[in-house]
Design a protein around this ligand. Structure first.
Ligand SMILES: [Zn+2]
Length: 165
């Protein structure tokens, strides 16, 4: 059986897609080929294109089936293609994390103690460091320092502070 036939016989065929039922290596379809474990799509691409993949190229699929090894779907991509795809996915995650942090920051704003406020107003530390330590934004720290946000703080927080100033 030709390598292509052997691969095909390990797949569930669905239209143009060849859904791999065989072994996986690092979550990718893998097979023994010429004494080594290789990515099935790499073999497919080399058979289809008649030449080895370019150095550094990855064998990927252009369709939505992660385990599709169809020669109709297989594409070669560089590491940077792979990285930019990962970066796209990461950016969604990063946005989510940032949104969560902003929400947490907003919640914490109201919990600055009188001592925190005094620190923001009188300390010689850099505002960026204090803001990070207190879980507030730097801009908010400056507003507190400049007494623009005193209404954010409940009266009990200010009882001691007023006397101290
Ligand atoms: Zn496919």
């Amino acid at each position: 059986m030709s390598p292509l036939g052997k691969i095909r016989s390990n797949c569930t065929l669905r239209g143009k897609h060849w859904l791999w039922r065989g072994a996986l290596s690092h979550k990718c379809p893998a097979m023994h080929h010429e004494g080594r474990t290789v990515a099935v799509r790499r073999v497919i691409l080399e058979i289809r294109d008649g030449e080895p993949l370019p150095v550094g190229a990855k064998a990927l699929t252009s369709c939505e089936h992660h385990h599709c090894v169809s020669p109709h779907c297989a594409v070669s991509g560089t590491q940077s293609d792979v990285c930019s795809r990962i970066a796209e996915r990461m950016s969604d995650t990063a946005k989510h994390v940032l949104a969560g942090r902003r929400a947490a920051t907003a919640r914490r704003r109201a919990t600055l103690s009188a001592a925190d406020v005094e620190r923001l107003r009188t300390s010689s530390e850099r505002m960026v460091d204090m803001a990070a330590a207190l879980g507030i934004t730097e801009a908010h720290g400056y507003k507190v320092r400049n007494h623009k946000r005193w209404r954010d703080f409940t009266a009990p927080h200010f009882l001691g502070l007023g006397a101290a100033q």
